[in-house]
Ligand binder design. Structure first.
Ligand SMILES: C[S@@+](CC[C@H](N)C(=O)[O-])C[C@H]1O[C@@H](n2cnc3c(N)ncnc32)[C@H](O)[C@@H]1O
Length: 213
């Protein structure tokens, strides 16, 4: 997702109530941050935040954190929220590489990966968010039976994800090569999903659960 540089964006982010500047300080204590014990779901690479914001509006009894490495995109996501203050949504600007510094073991119930960058060159495979290096991190911060939900338009990345999941202790639960082939109740589309669906492309999705023995 390309977005123009925004001058002084790092100074602008902390102005927003739902932006958390130093998320590492909340490792293991996110329940206290939200002020309740509701399940915690995150989206990694939320882009401009359409998906996570809609989810948070529809599910007030679930806590959500949108994570994005681009400061500019986090700013756009915060702007999208405008004056709307959702008590169950925070956003942070972080790289997925640092998740273990931000979340304690078993602190999450669900992780969404939506339309992650495919990194088509084989030598860049380790940057793909469903790479086993990341799956090991997700398994650690997910509770037992917590879910990873991965959605993409890239068949290459989807098949890569399936192979990577099979190489770990995670258990594949659902695999779809065209989620829109049947009506989906309460389905929330991401920005990329809307774009690719309009182009007539199939959308692939799988769900894997953390198996903690
Ligand atoms: C193709 S966009 C998809 C945006 C959104 N999820 C959607 O479906 O519309 C992928 C996003 O993931 C972010 N991203 C890529 N690698 C990341 C990482 N290691 N940590 C955090 N965000 C990352 C990118 O900056 C980009 O905004």
């Amino acid at each position: 997702m390309r977005v123009r540089n925004i001058a002084g964006v790092d100074q602008l982010l902390p102005e927003f109530d739902c932006f958390i500047e130093r998320p590492v300080e909340n490792k293991g204590r996110w329940k206290a941050v939200f002020g309740n014990s509701n399940p915690l779901h995150i989206e990694l690479g939320m882009g401009k935040g359409q998906f996570i914001t809609s989810l948070a509006k529809e599910h007030p009894n679930i806590n959500f954190i949108g994570i994005e490495k681009s400061e500019e995109l986090v700013y756009k996501a915060l702007q999208r929220l405008g004056d709307m203050r959702l008590s169950n949504l925070y956003m942070i600007c972080e790289n997925a590489e640092n998740l273990k510094e931000i979340f304690g073991e078993g602190e999450l119930e669900r992780i969404y990966l939506n339309f992650s960058d495919p990194w088509v060159k084989a030598r860049h495979a380790k940057r793909r968010l469903p790479h086993r290096k990341f799956l090991a991190i997700y398994s650690n911060i997910l509770k037992a039976s917590g879910e990873l939900r991965f959605r993409t338009d890239s068949l290459m990345l989807f098949e890569f994800a399936l192979e990577e999941i099979k190489a770990t202790a995670m258990q594949l639960r659902e695999v779809s090569y065209d989620i829109h082939s049947k009506p989906l109740e309460g389905h929330i589309m991401t920005e990329y999903e809307e774009k690719f669906t309009r182009m007539g492309k199939p959308i692939y999705q799988c769900i894997a659960v953390a198996d903690k023995g």
